[in-house]
Design a protein around this ligand. Sequence first.
Ligand code: CA
Ligand code: CA
Length: 113
Amino acid sequence: MSRSIHRAGCRVDHGVVLQAKRVLAVTLGALALSAHAQTQPSITPTPAAQQAPKQDAIQRLFSRVDTDGDGRLSAEEATRLPAISARFDEIDANRDGGLDPDEFHTGATAPVR
Ligand SMILES: [Ca+2]
Ligand SMILES: [Ca+2]
């Protein structure tokens, strides 16, 4: 009696183990596939997202130095920023005697030579 139960239990266990192995193999295969699928879209560099806070800071700095609020930095306004003032002519790309936000951003982020 106990022996037949033991055998039956053995057979059931064996089947469960086989099934578990098969499930495991399928699960591992699915994991490998999904891992592979996930690596491809995630290789998207996001320099724009990383630059956003810096650009924001530069924009705020521009607004603070633009004391008359006309959206341009005159040479006089730029004297408050020695690093910009020293290269004012160089940063003033269109030579109109003022720095617009684009010129200011370029000058503020350009490596100092
Ligand atoms: Ca101004
Ligand atoms: Ca200009």
